[in-house]
Design a protein around this ligand. Sequence first.
Ligand code: SAM
Ligand code: SF4
Length: 464
Amino acid sequence: MSSKTSNIVREKEIQEALEQAPRPDATQVAEILARAREMHGLAPADVATLCCVEDPDQLRELYRTARKVKEEIYGRRLVMFTPLYVSNLCANDCAYCSFRSSNRSLVRRALTQDEIARETRTLTAEGHKRVLLVAGEAYPREGFDYILDAIDTVYAAGRGSDEIRRINVNVAPLEVEQFAQLRAAGIGTYQIFQETYDRKVYSTVHLRGRKSDYDWRIEAMDRAFQGGIEDVGVGVLFGLADWRFELLALQQHILHLEDRFGVGPHTISVPRLEPADGAQLASDPPFPVDGESFRKIVAILRLMVPYTGIIMSTRETAEIRRTTFALGVSQISAGSRTNPGGYSDDSSGTGAQFSLGDHRALDEVVRDVAQLGYVPSFCTGCYRLGRVGADFMDLARPGDIKHHCDPNGLSSFLEYLRDYASEETREIGRKCIHSVLEEMSPEPRRRAQKMLEKVGRGESDVFC
Ligand code: SAM
Ligand code: SF4
């Protein structure tokens, strides 16, 4: 167990900020949003005030500002990925998750390395280039080496340009030395969610196992940076505690990382509790987050940390996904399964972690995203060119990252259309590329066109 009580999150301060936050008037909100448009983030008091906005006109302004900031920084691209569940073995007992150790009816399975290779090839054949490797908190006989072997297997399973080019990882918190091993294995982002920053709630929903130690978990990102990981991803499982509290606590966590390591998280995930077999709590969340509150969460996060990616998964329905892209989401999963082996063995959903809201295949999601005017991006350029951690943020802050991301998004999208898309998606995608090019200013357009010509001539993996 962690030997000390961390003060990364100071609950009393947050409670006071929320109690003192006024139900704001239009002038106050306008002043905060004017500051947010400068894209330097928001002070905690401003976040607390925005959390209290209920008035429809003020909400509209909040969404309009979030949309503007999102477009300014991320343009029209939306990064695509899919989770790869390798194992549902777990020694913990999280009240919301099907993988909890007390769920005796779950079919337990840790994929063999051959099975992981097979899963990977199913995904690459559909056009995926990025996966999030996920596992429960217990490993088969090999111990943590199982995860390291799985990473090697996924990278090695590629055939030509049918390959996974970036593996992000969502596995239980590790020791510093294990993080160093993860880094050496060539991962992109290490991701873990605190689930809830409220200590009391945390202890009531994490009943057994290492995860019941709040401090061990919240300090995981510090250990990850100490172990040399450059990009970390944080998140909250919304529905466990008051979302307003969670946003302010998340901000304290981020400020702590920025203070100590000079860089905050690369991504924030915003999962909402979904029904899960064998986990009653999930069907009856203590603090349900409705659609409007969810949009507010995304919009406030976009303004609070403008340069941090926001990830939305297929837990959400297609409809919710469509209405939140514009507010700040920058990465989405598509075509997901949450049961180990679920991609190559379609025979059953047994062993799944929770219910999904969006069951569409990658091709259909890509088509929908393109039809909405966004560019589905399969780019992995930054990570492979070493633009990670503080280097990435240094480029992102003055807005320079766009000069790489816009053309890279388009060239990786064209590669997808050329190699994997259905006729219908190809046609819609080409139109989307055309209209995005038309909106670009001359220099980036010239650069993007050159790269698109290379893809048109048959080259793959074209990025700058
Ligand atoms: N076992 C590791 C852990 O708990 O951190 C990593 C993988 S766990 C499968 C990934 C995430 O799934 C958890 O962090 C949790 O937020 C999310 N999750 C679990 N049950 C869920 C549910 N019923 N609805 C939505 N998300 C859920
Ligand atoms: Fe295990 Fe993670 Fe599920 Fe908790 S959330 S039961 S640690 S897999």
